[in-house]
Every structure is written in structure tokens, then in C-alpha cells.
Write a protein that binds this ligand. Sequence first.
Ligand code: ZN
Length: 244
Amino acid sequence: MGIDLARESKVRRVILSGEPAGSIPAVKRQLEEAWNAKVGDSAGMTEIGSIMMFECRHQPGGAHIIEDHFIEECLEHDGDRQVPYGHEAERVVTSFGRGFIPLVRYRTKDLVVKVPYTTCPCGRTFDIYDGGIRGRWDDMKLVRGTNVYPRAVEAIVREFDAIDEFQIVLERVGLVDEITVHVELKPGFESDWDALRERLSGALRDAHEGLRFTVGRAPAGSLPRFELKAKRFADKRPKAEFKH
Ligand SMILES: [Zn+2]
């Protein structure tokens, strides 16, 4: 519509919720530039009735947990053992605020990494989920023996300002799983395509133990657009069949 949001809008704060995007540095940078505003992440759950974490103005690379309303435990995904600071864990929540539908040690399947509050200079004593909600344990895909998280792929794709929309497709070709990232370029960047493809596939490979990613170009406007929760990961591999 020809509106320059960065110059013409009066928006000074953008609060994101419900997507990993708010804590992906490249996405946050793009949004802050587009709006000329400070972007902060948050997340909540219908089950607990509210948000349970927020990012303070120091933007410590994650969000403070609202610990006077919730006990947020970090447990191993397939068990009950506590996971120490700095390691991937499943978020398990107990809520104080909801008397009618109390939640006690509710397993959220959210993938988080908790770090101590001292990693933020703001002075709050609420611990932090570094990187916000990093994804869901059931989002993880095993591709030729390597773990692939959609959020990790998005974090790399969004480092490239020339990319508009993208989609990750996982397919079985013969007996082998192949992963392709389809990207749409922003107008004006078409001549950069060969170099971009090279750099993006290299960055994806380096971040995934050498796993080969194909990077394909999609025509402008051809990939799905989303309102609310985006689903940019399509697993088209055949489901396992069980014979009786
Ligand atoms: Zn803080």
C-alpha cells in the first residue's frame, strides 16, 4: 500500500506471541527495522489462562518466566529427571492462578533452555527461557540420522534479507529422506539467486552436521501465507505401515 511503516507509523513497541519468531534474532531484527520499533517476545497457553513469559527491554535473547504465577520445571522429554540450566528440556508447568482448572506438572511438549536470571542486567529475579519457546518436541524430525528443527532452519533462512517466504519440505526419494527449502525472493533480488542458493545451502549444511539441503526457488507469491500460527514444514514422507 506504499506506507513506510518505519517512518510513518507511530508504533513503538511490537509484542509477539505464539511463534518462535519473536526470539529468532534475524526475524526480530527484520521486524524492528520494518517498524522502527522495539520487538519483544512473549508466550502463553490457553490452559494456564495467560502468558507465562515476557521479554524485558534489555532483550536478553530470551524471555523472563513469570515465576510468581507459575512453577516452570525443565524435565527430560522422555522422563522425570530435572535438566540443568543451559540444556534442552521439556517445559512442565504448574499454575497457581487458575483455581477452577488447576494444572499440576502439565507436560507442554515445549522445547526450552532455561538460564539463570543473572544473564539479564535488568535486575529481575525471574529466570529466563533462552531463545523463548524454541519449538515443540514433536516438531523434531530425524533426517538421515540428523535432528532437524523447523525453528533452527528458520533462524538461518531469516538471516537472508533477500528471502520473502519459505517452506521446508521433507520427502522420501527412493529409500532416502531428502530435505528441500523452497524460497521466494523479494522483488529486486532475482540476480542474487545463484550466490544466495550457494550460501544458504552451505549455512544449513554447516548447522546440521553436514546434512545435505536442497535449496529451490519458488515463484513469487506461490508459497502459502499464514495468519496466526505458521506451518512452514511439510513432511511428505510415507507413514509407516503395519501389517497384521
Ligand atoms: Zn531482564
